[in-house]
Design a protein. Structure first.
Length: 119
């Protein structure tokens, strides 16, 4: 893991603002305080911060992969459409179970050369 002693210019200030905003939001919320739009915005913020922090180190990407799965589960629970997000780096995807889908390709494929019959 690289050195975590100094952040790039502006990173600490923006991270502090994000934490303060999250605290203010937590202070304002309670039962019945959320709308679907507000929940979706909060989940988007969580995903964005998770992706930004995960880009700092491959091990973090692996650990934070569970956060992306949790926010997608929360979207499903709340009835918010789950968009197919950008493909995750292979290190993070290795810890996610592979979805079982039928193959996208239909037909005979590029190597098909016809059916041979006896003359």
């Amino acid at each position: 893991m690289e050195s975590w002693e100094r952040a790039a210019p502006g990173v600490e200030q923006h991270a502090e603002r994000a934490a303060e905003s999250a605290c203010h939001l937590a202070d304002l919320t309670g039962p019945g305080a959320w709308s679907t739009t507000a929940a979706e915005d909060a989940l988007d913020a969580i995903d964005t911060l998770t992706e930004a922090l995960g880009s700092a180190d491959p091990e973090l990407t692996q650990v934070l992969a569970a956060v992306a799965a949790a926010t997608n589960d929360a979207r499903r629970l709340l009835g918010i459409a789950v968009e197919d997000q950008e493909p995750q780096p292979p290190a993070a995807a290795a810890f996610m179970p592979a979805a079982r889908r039928p193959p996208r390709r239909r037909g005979l494929g590029p190597g098909f050369q016809g059916i041979r019959t006896a003359p």
